[in-house]
Ligand binder design. Sequence first.
Ligand code: FES
Ligand code: FES
Length: 157
Amino acid sequence: MSTVELSFKLNGQETTVSVSPDTLMVDLLREGLGLTGTKAGCREGECGACTVLVDGTPVNSCLMPAIKAQGREVTTIEGLEMADGTLAPLQEAFMGEGAAQCGFCTPAMILTATALLKENQDPDEGEIRHALSGVICRCTGYRKIVQAVQTAAKARS
Ligand code: FES
Ligand code: FES
């Protein structure tokens, strides 16, 4: 199949790659660009593990043709660290609260929570659980994940 040129901003960097029109964003990120922080789980839009931010909004990258990113901004977990190389407050909070066990869902949780805290700087537990409802975790029971988001929200205020 012929390829097309895709130009988009990835984790703050202007990026141009050749992709097949049927390449999915999750595969471009993981296999084409080596950004394996984005996980591939169900590949059916059910588990949320493949979540990335597109123009700041959580998107299932397993359902997104990569070419849809043309001219847009995509953020993966690798793009969240601070300019000085330290972890973002949400990443620190997930570590501090023990909010990751196997960690498979964690990048998606953190990216989704990043989008939530941008819209709502002081979410209550129900709002956090609602925002994270598209990402399935089979390990933690969610309590520590919710605590981590609350801790990060407090650290920002
Ligand atoms: S891998 Fe995309 S939603 Fe499960
Ligand atoms: S920490 Fe294992 S799936 Fe969430």
